[in-house]
Design a protein around this ligand. Structure first.
Ligand SMILES: Nc1ncnc2c1ncn2[C@@H]1O[C@H](C[S@+](CC[C@H]([NH3+])C(=O)[O-])CC(=O)[O-])[C@@H](O)[C@H]1O
Ligand SMILES: O=C(O)C(=O)Cc1ccccc1
Length: 247
């Protein structure tokens, strides 16, 4: 497969039947463009990731990036941290994503210890680690699988370790929720998506990307064992949380 990244035009023609969204070859080919134009704050979250790692990561610690896609979080870390500062394992279920993430690490940061494994994050055998990254991944798991995964992740995190959780979120208040979603659609329009693209993608994501409220996320983290979590970033209906395991 080529390294080229295309403009996302997946939902730009009218479809008789909109299929469930999946991370197939077609999505992989335009993924950097799609995520940049569709996720408010995506670049800022990645920029902050390495600053957070510089403060919280034990030297040489293991980092897991769950649902790593093309490895953007790993690249952000490798861009700012020395090769001996961490070991990185990206996990993703999509073979097309994994293949391209591996190629990217090989060419972009050959001296860093970057590994990519094709795996379901619910079944992977995690080793002790200093940092766990779930950058817009938990939202794609069936809601009933989320608690068990977070409990396992809490267990494999070393004392003093952190979990970073970025998600599309909903508001419990219907009016606030509607306002945020409308402004999110304005954001997408301003980034060149048509009303038809916005509407067809919305259909494709129904029951595939299932968002929670911020309160539900904090409650879930607490339930998994984290005594402290905070929302460090929010832009419309997208947010990023950090949870700490006590040292
Ligand atoms: N059960 C699963 N096991 C493994 N991977 C999974 C699973 N379910 C979904 N995925 C994978 O999770 C990723 C979600 S994208 C993450 C962006 C990235 N973190 C980024 O910072 O660029 C988010 C988005 O596209 O909005 C996809 O690559 C799926 O294949
Ligand atoms: O585009 C959307 O509506 C989103 O919620 C963000 C997104 C970005 C990339 C893949 C799936 C969802």
């Amino acid at each position: 497969m080529s390294d080229a990244s295309y403009r996302d035009a997946i939902f730009s023609t009218p479809l008789d039947r909109v299929a469930r969204f999946s991370f197939d070859e077609q999505v992989v080919a335009c993924f950097p463009d799609m995520i940049r134009r569709s996720v408010p704050g995506y670049g800022q979250i990645l920029g902050m990731l390495s600053l957070i790692a510089q403060r919280h990561l034990r030297h040489g610690a293991q980092v897991y990036d769950l649902g790593c896609s093309l490895g953007a979080s790993g690249l952000a870390l490798a861009g700012q941290l020395s090769p001996d500062a961490f070991r990185y394992t990206g996990l993703d279920l999509s073979p097309a994503m994994v293949e391209r993430a591996r190629q990217t690490f090989e060419t972009e940061c050959p001296d860093h210890r970057m590994q990519v494994v094709e795996s379901d994050i619910r079944r992977f055998d995690y080793q002790p680690c200093g940092m766990l990254i779930l950058n817009f991944t938990l939202q794609f798991l069936p809601p009933q699988d989320r608690d068990a995964l977070l409990a396992r992740l809490y267990d494999c995190l070393e004392p003093g370790g952190v979990l970073l959780l970025s998600e599309k979120i909903i508001d419990a208040d219907e009016r606030d929720n509607a306002w945020r979603v409308e402004r999110y659609h304005d954001f997408k329009r301003a980034n060149g998506y048509s009303d038809m693209e916005i509407s067809q993608k919305r259909t494709a994501l129904e029951n595939v990307l299932v968002p929670d409220t911020l309160d539900a996320h904090h409650a879930r983290l607490k339930n998994a064992g984290f005594t402290r979590s905070l929302t460090w970033f929010q832009y419309l209906n997208f947010a990023s949380l950090i949870a700490f395991k006590e040292a």
